[in-house]
Ligand binder design. Structure first.
Ligand code: C2E
Ligand code: MG
Ligand code: MG
Ligand code: MG
Length: 284
């Protein structure tokens, strides 16, 4: 047993560490089973137009319906899917699933808005990523793609040239691209203008503090102006309070998303939600 001070912390196999490794291995196996047994589900969180309140899109957020432990949030298992490479399979599944859910809603009588699927940087780094997206779309009767992608800012800047190429190919397939959690990464302004993207999603941390912290308020309004001057749309994520929404509308933020508008909905509640929101917009 090595001492921690030896600079080889990763060789420190105490009982806690063994337990942690064992737990991770068990979870890894159960995630593999989850994919085989079709236990992953997509929940859908609406995005609304800042000015009209109309639903403009849905974001697909993965959940694991663990028969033993109930609904598991992605923060728990996405890192493991990424470490094991399973994210490639699950990511492709998510695109197919979103398209299939939309098809189901159409059969139930409602024309759904576009659905944005979250994509891990590891997926984008694969040479065959564009092909895998093309395949997923083709598998869905080759219908016009009504899916978009969200990619977090933090990893977009590594392998920038490759990313630019792949993202523009993806856009060529008819998908829109949003940079997720914007403001937390390291995009330089010069690169930002070169990235073939359609929208910036302001990270929730700035929305959380904007009403109480002048610096956050400034960051939010600056991101919105920056996006608009680059010809990009802006979406605010994690809007929880009417006060935040009021400021965001004042700054002309294009779209709002957050618990104030709606929590992520299980797939079988989406049609009802869309019907109600259509009815209430028509009443106004
Ligand atoms: P994200 O894409 O930034 O998604 C926003 C997260 O904030 C979601 O958490 C959502 O449920 C939560 N959220 C939305 N509005 C509010 C709000 O008003 N208040 C609070 N407190 N939270 C709010 P979730 O569903 O746990 O997802 C966490 C992250 O996991 C996502 O962050 C995304 O990066 C990742 N993720 C989710 N689904 C997928 C997927 O299919 N593939 C990949 N690669 N990543 C995914
Ligand atoms: Mg997202
Ligand atoms: Mg986000
Ligand atoms: Mg986020």
């Amino acid at each position: 047993r090595k001492a921690k001070g030896a600079g080889l912390g990763f060789l420190f196999y105490g009982p806690e560490m063994n337990a942690l490794i064992a737990e991770t291995l068990i979870l890894e196996n159960r995630l593999r089973q989850a994919l085989e047994r079709d236990e992953f589900v997509l929940y859908y969180q609406p995005k609304t137009n800042g000015a009209s309140g109309r639903v403009t899109g849905l974001e697909a957020l993965i959940r694991w319906n663990d028969p033993e432990g109930g609904v598991v949030q992605p923060g728990v298992f996405i890192p493991i899917l990424e470490e094991t490479g399973m994210i490639l399979e699950v990511g492709a599944w998510a695109i197919r699933k979103a398209l299939a859910d939309m098809q189901k809603w159409r059969i139930e009588g409602i024309d759904p808005p576009r659905v944005a699927v979250n994509v891990s940087a590891i997926q984008l780094q694969q040479k065959d990523f564009v092909d895998s997206v093309r395949l997923a779309i083709k598998a869905c009767n080759g219908e016009a793609p009504s899916v978009d992608l969200e990619i977090t800012e933090s990893m977009l800047m590594t392998d920038l040239d490759d990313n630019i190429l792949r993202l523009s190919e993806i856009r060529g397939l008819g998908l829109d691209i949003a940079i997720d959690d914007f403001g937390t990464g390291y995009s330089s302004l010069g690169y930002l203008s070169k990235l073939p993207v359609n929208a910036l999603k302001i990270d929730k941390s700035f929305i959380d503090t904007m009403a109480a912290t002048p610096e956050s308020m400034t960051i939010v309004s600056t991101i919105i102006s920056l996006a608009h001057s680059l010809g990009l749309k802006v979406i605010a994520e994690g809007v929880e309070k009417e006060e935040q929404a009021k400021f965001l509308r004042l700054f002309r933020c294009n779209e709002l998303q957050g618990y104030l508008i709606s929590q992520p909905l299980p797939p079988d509640e989406v049609v009802g939600y869309l019907r109600d929101s259509l009815a209430s917009v028509q009443l106004q």
